[in-house]
Design a protein around this ligand. Structure first.
Ligand code: NAD
Ligand code: LMR
Length: 357
């Protein structure tokens, strides 16, 4: 492990990119923060540079005079990155689904994945750009076609679903705080593909015996993104809560990467879900797939190639995936999970068609 940690943010001038870069500038484990965008980066970097923390800021803006296919600034931004976090892409407006972002964001992801494959293939890659259910398959295929795909290091960032679940259940339980909860969320990151597993909390909560309350809670997590899109009324989607959520996810990865788990956290806090390619080489995958086969038995659905599942991390990326949640799901969660897999398989297909059209 290097004693320095370089983190690169692609899309750093955006609604998520700016507050996320601020949070990363405060991180004691990061030595260098590399900020890349196609607009506005010099001013943002100058601003962050006045903060008296030790993280060194470097900034890069695309030079539109360069011929298509070359991008010296992006190459320089990526060089030597340990972690790349990607909030590049357009956000939703009211009335849009995440799927409506596909055409533009798939092209952006295509470009970024290609440069990463060539210039920084060993980095951890954390993709925020929506629709995550389809952009991760695009990243995976491009990296794989260059022969550099590492299944332990490519992550769709779905941490906001965990953050929302913790907040929304806490809102319902008297005398509780969001920090009292760590709800595992599986599936994908879009509407009915999101499945929060409230059954897996340490305690059961009487209030969830009321089906109307339980259903409304699940619906709020699944469609929490819409609440923000509507409230922002044409000015984008979640940015501040997403910057928080992606920073939370990054910190959990860093805890595993630097082996801080035993000192700083109990095991529960070191686990979080991410949307990944279900590669057979990952620890726990055999058991996970056996469980998935059991749940999907009798449906016409294939085992998904990608899924958000809880996992732990170490210096190599994913240390292991958790599969115990499958047997512990209640009947409602099992039904929701089957519905989720149907959507995810379609979203994955869309990503693959983009790459191989
Ligand atoms: P934004 O429009 O405010 O910012 C996006 C940034 O990407 C802009 O600064 C833009 O210049 C930049 N960009 C565009 N093309 C680029 C390219 N080719 N290379 C580098 N940068 C490029 O949008 P936002 O609100 O920050 O959202 C960004 C993305 O994150 C959206 O797709 C949104 O749907 C998604 N999102 C995901 C989650 C999640 O949970 N995974 C949560 C919120 C938002
Ligand atoms: C969210 O869940 O807030 C994000 O995926 C953004 C969106 O489009 O809702």
């Amino acid at each position: 492990m290097s004693s320095t940690i370089k983190v690169t943010v692609l899309g750093a001038a955006g609604g998520i990119g700016q507050p996320l870069s601020l949070l990363l500038k405060l991180n004691p484990y990061i030595t260098e923060l590399s900020l890349y965008d196609v607009v506005n980066i010099p001013g943002i970097a100058a601003d962050l540079n006045h903060i008296d923390t030790n993280v060194k800021i470097n900034s890069f803006i695309r030079d539109n005079n360069e011929p298509k296919g070359t991008n010296t600034q992006l190459i320089n931004a990526l060089k030597g990155s340990d972690f790349i976090i990607i909030p590049a892409g357009i956000p939703r407006k009211p009335g849009m689904t995440r799927g409506d972002l596909f055409n533009i964001n798939a092209s952006i992801c295509n470009e970024l994945a290609t440069f990463i494959a060539i210039h920084s293939p060993n980095s951890f890659i954390l993709v925020i750009s929506n629709p995550v259910n389809s952009t991760i398959p695009i990243f995976r295929e491009i990296l794989n076609n260059y022969g550099v795909f590492n299944p332990l290091k490519l992550f769709g960032v779905t941490a906001l679903d965990n953050v929302r679940s913790n907040t929304f259940i806490s809102n319902l339980i008297d005398n509780s705080l969001p920090k009292d909860f760590n709800v595992p969320v599986v599936g994908g990151h879009s509407g009915h593909s999101i499945v929060p597993l409230f059954s897996q909390l340490d305690k059961s909560y009487k209030i969830l015996d009321d089906n109307n309350i339980y259903d409304a809670l699940i619906h709020r997590v699944q469609y929490g993104g819409d609440e923000i899109v509507e409230a922002k009324n044409g000015n984008g989607s979640s940015t501040l809560s997403m910057a928080y959520a992606s920073n939370k996810f990054f910190n959990i990865i860093i805890n595993g990467y630097l082996n801080l788990d035993n000192n700083n956290n109990n095991n529960n806090n070191c686990q979080i879900s991410s949307y990944i390619y279900l590669d057979d080489s990952i620890n726990g995958m055999k058991e996970l797939k056996t469980g998935l086969m059991e749940i999907l038995k009798g449906t016409k659905l294939e085992i998904p190639k990608y899924l958000a599942i809880p996992m732990n991390f170490d210096i190599n990326g994913i240390k292991n995936v958790d599969y115990k949640w499958i047997d512990k799901m209640n009947e409602k969660e099992k039904e929701l999970f089957v519905i989720a897999v149907g959507f995810i398989n379609q979203n994955v297909e869309k990503g693959l068609n983009f790459v191989y059209k």
